[in-house]
Design a binder for this molecule. Structure first.
Ligand SMILES: O=P(O)(O)OP(=O)(O)OP(=O)(O)OC[C@H]1O[C@@H](n2cnc3c(O)ncnc32)[C@H](O)[C@@H]1O
Ligand SMILES: [Mg+2]
Length: 198
């Protein structure tokens, strides 16, 4: 596939998709590349529902194939929060720094062994005239005691992937893209992408 539209306004996601899709020879377009300001309301209760909402809304609007990514961080000691509310956890303004501070505050002095968490990414595919579907990828790890690192976006400065001492924001883009929830979801789409590429 030469080009794919991703129904997202998140620049961090776009960058990672660009990096991962370039290896497959596919150009990426996001909602930022269109004149119109579009923000699909995320009213679903699961990552799957929200990913489908975003992909299908844009696919129907322009009658083109679209993928969408709904993702977030699930913290065990917080009963799975922020989960699907990750983007707006500290308020509607969607502030990455405030969001991760809220998670750190809520965890307080919770011990390292009880700070287990995972990133979740669900990619939805919507094609005019075809049944939509989703693929889910995860990345297991733990919440750091303090934010560290400048790379990536969102909750990366407080997430330590299993097998690493560094936070996700201290990994290079290549390192993150080789283990991330987004990579793991995309891997499950590779068969479909190859078929569409022919
Ligand atoms: O809905 P779109 O337009 O795609 O953009 P968004 O930022 O609102 O995206 P989501 O609704 O999927 O919310 C995802 C939240 O999870 C965070 N998140 C997702 N992937 C992440 C990653 O790879 N690293 C760190 N945080 C991530 C992100 O910062 C948001 O707060
Ligand atoms: Mg969103």
């Amino acid at each position: 596939m030469k080009e794919i539209v991703i129904a997202t306004n998140n620049k961090g996601k776009v960058k990672e998709f660009e990096q991962m899709f370039s290896a497959l020879g596919t150009r990426v377009k996001s909602l930022q590349d269109f004149e119109e300001d579009i923000d699909v309301e995320e009213t679903g209760e699961t990552f799957e529902e929200n990913a489908l909402l975003k992909a299908e809304t844009i696919s129907r609007k322009w009658n083109i194939p679209v993928i969408a990514d709904d993702s977030g961080i699930v913290v065990d000691a917080l009963d799975g929060r922020p989960g699907v509310y990750s983007a707006r956890y500290a308020g509607e303004e969607k502030n990455d720094k405030k969001n991760l501070e809220k998670v750190l505050n809520e965890l307080g002095s919770t011990s390292v062994k009880d700070r287990t968490a995972r990133f979740v990414c669900v990619i939805a595919v919507a094609i005019p005239g075809e049944e939509s579907f989703t693929k889910r990828g995860t990345c297991e790890g733990a919440i750091a005691l303090q934010p560290r690192g400048e790379h990536g976006f969102g909750y990366d400065p407080i997430f330590i992937p299993n097998g690493y001492k560094r936070t996700m924001a201290e990994l290079t883009a290549e390192e993150k893209n080789s283990i991330s929830h987004r990579r793991n979801a995309l891997k499950k789409l590779e068969g479909w992408l190859r078929e569409k590429g022919e």
